[in-house]
Design a protein around this ligand. Sequence first.
Ligand SMILES: NC(=O)C1=CN([C@@H]2O[C@H](COP(=O)(O)OP(=O)(O)OC[C@H]3O[C@@H](n4cnc5c(N)ncnc54)[C@H](OP(=O)(O)O)[C@@H]3O)[C@@H](O)[C@H]2O)C=CC1
Ligand SMILES: O=C(CO)COP(=O)(O)O
Length: 335
Amino acid sequence: MARPVRVVVLGAGSWGTTVAGLAAHNTPTLLWARNSDTADEINTEHRNSRYLGERALPDSMRSTADLVEAAQEADVLVVGVPSHAVRSTLTQIANEVRAWVPVLSLAKGLEPGTRLRPTEVIAECLPGHPVGLLAGPNIAREIVDGLAAASVVATQDVRVATALQPLFASAVFRVYRNTDVLGCELGGVLKNIVAIASGMADGLDVGDNTRAMVLARGLAEMTRLGEAMGANPRTFAGLTGVGDLIATCMSPSSRNRRVGEFIARGMTVEEAVAKLGQVAEGVKTAPTVMELARDYNVDMPIAAEVEAVVAGRQTPEGAYRGLRKVAAGSEDEVA
Ligand SMILES: NC(=O)C1=CN([C@@H]2O[C@H](COP(=O)(O)OP(=O)(O)OC[C@H]3O[C@@H](n4cnc5c(N)ncnc54)[C@H](OP(=O)(O)O)[C@@H]3O)[C@@H](O)[C@H]2O)C=CC1
Ligand SMILES: O=C(CO)COP(=O)(O)O
């Protein structure tokens, strides 16, 4: 009898731990934590208190602080560290992952400096491996709590995605597939910036109509840039686009939304990120996205105001005053 597929997840933050928990219900799963106390706590107490409080993790899920051991065990490798850490993590194990092992990214940011998407960084570090991503409206804590959700495995080769879907699926976690890797990945990256704007709206008490305008016009910006870069615009109407945008902009738990709210309530960006104690990818990604917008000649007024706020050149009040001055064109021209 063939042995079961072994899933290895790198990064024991809130989402890496959650995805490892999903996989552990289906197949043997090992989670790499860079902090050995975290690995010990998962193995002995079946929880990750730093990131997920007292929430119970599956007893069958194992954890290690040994990156090489983890890499060697993988039949499927899931990269769950933040975007800025993907390259440094994978460089250490480039010769340890067996050939043809599929690699899935969870990260929703861009690599500072290179502007590369996480799947592009993975392809550079682990050439020859099928590369894809798992993304969608997936607030980690809700999924650990067993609340229903859906996600998307995106790979260029539909056979790879079809093989990976059941590894993460459950009765309450539906996993779709998509071959538009670029569109799915950009959706997850770009919605974080709109979520910061949505959080600022909460902090400034600008009202729900304004917040809805930011979401709708933010989606138009995401779609414009995605299409200019070669993505299918329809992807932005799906789970990884508008789905993730709604979850992140509305959820009290979203770190990107909370950073925006903290700043609007008077904190500096540094104070807001420190108070969070977890990653908020949109803060680092905003300047990179504005570089892309300039390169592709795409108008992104909301992202521009968010970038100015996180760079300290603009106040949240000034950003919302700026957005009021945006000239209204024809709504049916998304591009
Ligand atoms: N949380 C969520 O709901 C979701 C998150 N995501 C995305 O998943 C990615 C990971 O996020 P999430 O798990 O939430 O982040 P967290 O902030 O919860 O955890 C980050 C994890 O990465 C580790 N880490 C941080 N820096 C490095 C580094 N330089 N080298 C190696 N490991 C490092 C941390 O280790 P340590 O604890 O030792 O600092 C920790 O395990 C992000 O791109 C995020 O946008 C996607 C969907 C949902
Ligand atoms: O991507 C997420 C939900 O899908 C998580 O968003 P935050 O990183 O803002 O918490």
